[in-house]
Design a protein around this ligand. Sequence first.
Ligand SMILES: NC(=O)c1ccc[n+]([C@@H]2O[C@H](COP(=O)([O-])OP(=O)(O)OC[C@H]3O[C@@H](n4cnc5c(N)ncnc54)[C@H](O)[C@@H]3O)[C@@H](O)[C@H]2O)c1
Length: 246
Amino acid sequence: MRFQGKRVLVTGAASGIGRATAILFASEGARVTIADLNAEGLEATAAKMISRPDIVPYDAADVASCRALVATAAEEGLDVLCNIAGILKWGPTLEFSEDDFARILAINTTSVFTMCKAALPHLIKSKGIIVNTASTAALQGIAYTVAYAASKHGVAAITKSLAIEFASKGVRINAICPGHVNTPMGNAAPPPGDVDWGLVMRNAPKLVDGSCEPEDVAEMFAFLASDQARKVTGALFTIDGGQLAG
Ligand SMILES: NC(=O)c1ccc[n+]([C@@H]2O[C@H](COP(=O)([O-])OP(=O)(O)OC[C@H]3O[C@@H](n4cnc5c(N)ncnc54)[C@H](O)[C@@H]3O)[C@@H](O)[C@H]2O)c1
C-alpha cells in the first residue's frame, strides 16, 4: 500500500499502459483520477479498479482541456501525475503528412508540457512526482517513425529539463521508455507502402518473449512514484527486453 491516501492522475487510462497503471495505483491505496479521450474505455477501466476513480474525459490535443483536467484532479491536492496518453502513426516519410506530424507532436509532446506546467504548482505543495511516458524512440532513431520519435525525444527533453528546474522544490520528474508493449498501439497494423522490414526489426527485443505487458510497465510507474525512488529524478528508464542493449 505505497500510495495510501495519495492523489494520482493517470492519463491515457482508457487502454493499455494507462489502464494497467490506474489499476495498480488504486490497488495500493491511491485516490485516482483517470482521464482519456475515450470515455467508454474509462468506464471499463473503472470497473476493473478496486476503488471507484474520478473519471474525466479530456482531449490531450487541446490545451484548455488539459488545464481543466489538472484543475479538476487537483481540487483537493495532487501527489502524482502520470502522463501516459499518446498516439502512434508511422510509415514511409515521403508519404507522411505535415498534419499528422503536427498532431503527433501536439498529443505526445505539447500536452506533456501543458500537463506538467499546470500540475507543478500543486506538486510543489505536495513534494510530488511526475512520471512521463517516452519510448525507446526517445533514445534512438527509428526508421519510418520520424514524427513519433521526434515527439518522444521531446518528452525526454521536457523530463530532464523540468527535473533540473524543480529539483530544489522537491518535485521529482522521470520518464519511462518502453520498447514493444502488448497494447492496441503496440499491435497496430503496419502501415501501407514500401517498408524495409530489416530496418524495422533492428528494434526487436533481445529477450525471448521480450515484449512487455502493460502490467510490466505499470510496475515501473509505481516504483518511480514511490519513496523507493526518492533519489531518482531526471532519469529515463528503459523497459524494452534488451532492445537498446546493442
Ligand atoms: N505500446 C507500445 O509498444 C509503446 C511503446 C513505447 C511507448 N508507448 C507509449 O505508452 C503510452 C500508452 O500507450 P499504449 O501502448 O498503452 O497505447 P493505447 O493505444 O492502448 O493507449 C493510449 C491511450 O491514449 C489515449 N489517447 C489518444 N489520443 C488522446 C487524446 N487526444 N486525448 C486523450 N487521450 C488520448 C487513447 O484513447 C488510449 O486510451 C503512449 O504514450 C505510447 O506512446 C507505447
